[in-house]
Design a protein around this ligand. Structure first.
Ligand SMILES: Cc1cc2nc3c(=O)[nH]c(=O)nc-3n(C[C@H](O)[C@H](O)[C@H](O)COP(=O)(O)OP(=O)(O)OC[C@H]3O[C@@H](n4cnc5c(N)ncnc54)[C@H](O)[C@@H]3O)c2cc1C
Length: 497
């Protein structure tokens, strides 16, 4: 123990002696002090990174542009109870989920909307009601039958993927599947139900079928255990992770300058922050907009990953009613001629006992609705509801999200667009000198999810910690390995066999 601390201080001394010899400025002298990191972005990824670095005794400051933490997790309490305007499901209700220990420890209840292997991504067809535009309920058997056809189409798409060298869109693949197997091309009400399934698929990617890559649409990993709604909202998890951290709200980062010995970050009002390294945990949409200037510029391979990965839009229009007047099912749907015109309402009353319906448009429809005022958007959602329930009473309150145009997100979550490589997530993750990247779009396994974002934050923090401590000559891997409660067999990292 003693000898290791001696050797650390010796290495620091020699560092500062070298620095004095070359006449360096105060910025460089900071290297001899406490290891420090700036985390940019206070969503799940950024908070997870800041937490891990703080717990490893690194000095961390987290800069967040909004006046709140959480980013695309936003629990709102204006109805007098929690509702989530961003993420609300835990995808993968199982112990392998990296968030499971925390959610479990906090005693937060989950309402499971699907088990494994459901036709829909986040729901089983156990508790639902679909209607046509005239308000007539679609028979359950028909919905199940069309669900089976939908699965057959996806299997056909798999074959098409194997045959085609070049990538095509999901929509093109569907058309080829219909040409090859006309029985799959449904008609009348069945066709409309098929459009509704497509609408739900588009919701999962927050994008339209003509932009989603056939090659990579199903490459993200789904954890087992189905999907569970966070009944009390996600905010308690954010608050727990953020406890005791140095967080600066209303700090919009404009400039990130990296030097060989540290980073300088400038926020909108001109204030600067300096540290040994930075974790960039802002959304892909923000990186795409180039509103944060990097000096020197990010390398070409990083820039092209930012440009080429898709970011879709999904929104929530949350309607609060005086009392429940709709059927006691988990979700209500409206089937139509095109997936654009179909609708989906999540019935929060099932999970939370509050009289709330959540209308969830995605892709072009979501972008179009964002052009409306909040009031017009809420009216639009209500009009869709009136199509199926003409006697619907008017909502007493509503909330409207705008993830696509909000300058702090500029999109809802990432997805693979047609014709681009799948290694973009990894390229987005790979550090550039002393800049480390985190966020859902850097998750190779679980993009577009809360647990994916969380894992990337933890991973970026670990890489960053190693880098920063190495710089300070203080790297003590021994302590971490010994400190683990449940030692597991970790494969050796062998770079040359
Ligand atoms: C409508 C919707 C529904 C969703 N549903 C689910 C779901 O049910 N389950 C699920 O797992 N996932 C869901 N997701 C996805 C999930 O919310 C995201 O994958 C995850 O929250 C992303 O976390 P993040 O930390 O990567 O990014 P963010 O949460 O976006 O955090 C980035 C932070 O950076 C800040 N920032 C931006 N610009 C700057 C700047 N210049 N300077 C400083 N700070 C800046 C932002 O304000 C933000 O706080 C949903 C997303 C949306 C939009």
């Amino acid at each position: 123990m003693d000898s290791s601390s001696n050797s650390n201080s010796n290495s620091n001394k020699s560092n500062s002696q070298i620095m004095k010899a070359v006449g360096v400025s105060s910025v460089e002298r900071r290297v001899a002090g406490v290891p420090s990191v700036i985390v940019i972005g206070g969503g799940f990824a950024g908070i997870a990174a800041a937490r891990a670095l703080h717990d490893a005794s690194i000095k961390v400051v987290l800069l967040e542009s909004r006046d709140r933490l959480g980013g695309r997790v936003h629990t709102n309490y204006s109805f007098g109870f929690p509702v989530d305007l961003g993420a609300s499901w835990l995808h993968g209700v199982c112990n392998e989920n990296p968030l499971a220990p925390l959610i479990g420890k906090l005693g937060l209840p989950l309402y499971r909307t699907s088990g494994d292997n459901s036709v829909l991504y986040d729901h089983d067809l156990e508790s639902y009601a679909l209607f046509d535009m005239e308000g007539k309920q679609v028979p359950q058997e028909l919905v199940t039958e069309v669900g089976e056809v939908f699965e057959s189409i996806l299997k056909e798409c798999d074959k098409i993927r194997d045959e085609y060298m070049d990538d095509i869109s999901i929509q093109q693949a569907f058309e080829i599947a219909f040409e090859r197997n006309p029985k799959l091309r449904l008609e009348g009400l069945s066709y409309k139900v098929l459009q509704w399934y497509l609408c739900r698929m588009e919701g999962w990617f927050a994008a339209d079928a003509d932009t989603i890559s056939l090659k990579y649409w199903d490459q993200a990993k789904l954890l087992p255990g189905g999907h569970g709604l966070m009944v009390r909202g996600y905010l308690p998890v954010i608050n727990t992770l953020a406890k005791g951290l140095d967080i600066r709200l209303n700090h919009r980062v404009k400039n990130v300058v990296r030097q060989y010995n540290g980073v300088t970050v400038t926020v909108e009002d001109g204030r600067t922050f300096k540290a040994d390294a930075a974790v960039i945990a802002v959304p892909l949409g923000v990186l795409k907009s180039k509103r944060i200037k990097f000096e020197p510029k990010l390398p070409e391979w990083k820039e092209s990953a930012i440009d080429d990965l898709g970011v879709g839009v999904e929104n929530k229009i949350i309607l609060h009613f005086e009392k429940v007047f709709w059927p006691n099912v988990e979700f209500l749907g409206v089937v139509a001629d095109t997936s654009y015109s179909c609708s989906y309402f999540l019935n929060l009353h099932k999970a939370t006992s509050h009289p709330v319906l959540v209308y969830m448009p995605a892709g072009r429809l979501a972008r179009d609705i964002e052009k409306m005022s909040d009031e017009a958007a809420a009216n639009f959602a209500f009009t869709q509801l009136q199509k199926i329930l003409p006697d619907a009473s008017i909502p007493i309150q509503y909330l409207v999200s705008r993830w696509g145009s909000d300058e702090n997100s500029l999109g809802s979550y990432s997805y693979d667009i047609v014709g681009k490589p799948h290694d973009l997530y990894e390229r987005l993750r790979v550090p550039v000198d002393n800049l480390f990247f985190a966020g859902e779009a850097t998750s190779v396994l679980y993009p577009g999810s809360v647990h994916g974002a969380y894992s990337t934050g933890v991973m970026a923090a670990e890489e960053c910690r190693m880098r920063v401590l190495e710089r300070h000559g203080e790297l003590d891997l021994f302590q971490r390995v010994l400190g683990e409660d449940n030692p597991v067999l970790v494969p050796l990292l062998i770079s040359r066999l």
